[in-house]
Design a protein around this ligand. Structure first.
Ligand code: 13P
Ligand code: SF4
Length: 303
């Protein structure tokens, strides 16, 4: 199946852009594997007419808005994100209405409708940097992930008004079991994604986007890492540092199986089918695309 996809991809001059949470078999046939920001930047740079986005809907939509003339395919149209879906325009508008005049800083894990209601988009890779650039007296709303928002607020030294959303994958890590693993491996570095709760982040030796976590494992002196994010990232970590040890962070049920079911909806079979038929394609109403592009472009300028 991997060979058939590669053949079809070459025939159609298409590219595959994958997120680190994808199945290793998908990561291995991708032209680019990265975090949300990296995927968007890569898509913008390439001149391939067709891109298969192996990630979730908000990633494919962001890439489409930034590349309106490219055909953007999403192998499974149901690959959503429960964090993004939990923040509906009605709820977000109500939240916004309580803080008139506030600047709206929104995580890329959100729908295009929410992006269109925002002033700037951020990813886990650039959120701190962008928050630091805001005028000191500016009131700022941050949504929809409260844990990333709390982390950004502390790092940037800025008060943020937090929308109360969260990612169930990252909030399913058990702090109690984490302390146990840390005790068993005092030599290990604990690395965490900022969607984790503060009780985890406060114990971390490094916090960053998936791409930044991967870089840290490659560049740091540590030989053992306790990894607090989705399990798919372990593939690149092990591949890039074969002599280092990676321990998956423990979740609440103790099974260490933190997988994002939305990300895992993509399969090799679905990628082949979507490349072959060139569907499902991501299409966005032009007026929505125009509104959502404004805060996305602001993010690119501020990054
Ligand atoms: P990154 O942008 O850090 O890859 O995070 C995306 C995501 O969905 C994390 O849950
Ligand atoms: Fe959304 Fe969480 Fe899955 Fe990331 S891991 S795509 S935030 S549900």
């Amino acid at each position: 199946m991997q060979n058939q996809i590669l053949k079809l991809k070459n025939e159609k001059k298409a590219i595959i852009i994958a997120h680190y949470y994808q199945d290793p078999k998908i990561q291995d046939i991708a032209d680019y594997v990265g975090d949300s920001l990296g995927m968007a930047v890569f898509a913008k740079k390439t001149d391939a007419p067709i891109a298969v986005v192996c990630g979730v809907k908000f990633m494919a939509e962001t890439i489409k808005v930034m590349n309106p003339h490219k055909k953007i395919l999403l192998p499974d149209p149901d690959a959503g994100c429960s964090l993004a879906d939990s923040c509906t325009p009605a709820i977000f508008n109500y939240f916004k209405s309580k803080y008139p005049g506030a600047f709206v800083m929104t995580y890329v894990n959100s729908s295009l409708e929410i992006k269109a209601l925002s002033d700037v988009i951020v990813t886990s890779a650039n959120a701190v940097k962008i928050a630091q650039q805001m005028p000191k007296d500016q009131k700022i709303i941050f949504g929809p992930d409260q844990h990333l928002g709390r982390y950004v607020s502390k790092q940037a030294g800025r008060e943020l008004i937090l929308f109360p959303g969260n990612c169930f994958v990252h909030t399913s890590f058990s702090a109690k079991a984490m302390y146990e693993i840390k005790k068993q491996h005092p030599e290990a570095a604990l690395i965490a994604h900022p969607e984790c709760e503060d009780v985890i982040l406060s114990q971390a030796d490094f916090v960053g986007s998936t791409g930044q976590m991967l870089c840290f494992t490659q560049e740091s002196e540590y030989k053992t890492f306790i990894v607090m994010t989705e399990a798919g990232i372990m593939h690149q970590m092990k591949k890039n540092s074969p002599n280092k040890e990676f321990i998956m962070g423990p979740d609440l049920s103790g099974c260490s199986c933190n997988e994002c079911p939305h990300m895992k909806l993509n399969t090799l079979e679905k990628i082949h089918a979507c490349l072959f038929a060139e569907t499902p394609e991501v299409n966005i109403a032009p007026d929505l695309a125009e509104k959502a592009l404004v805060p996305i472009n602001r993010m690119m300028e501020m990054t």
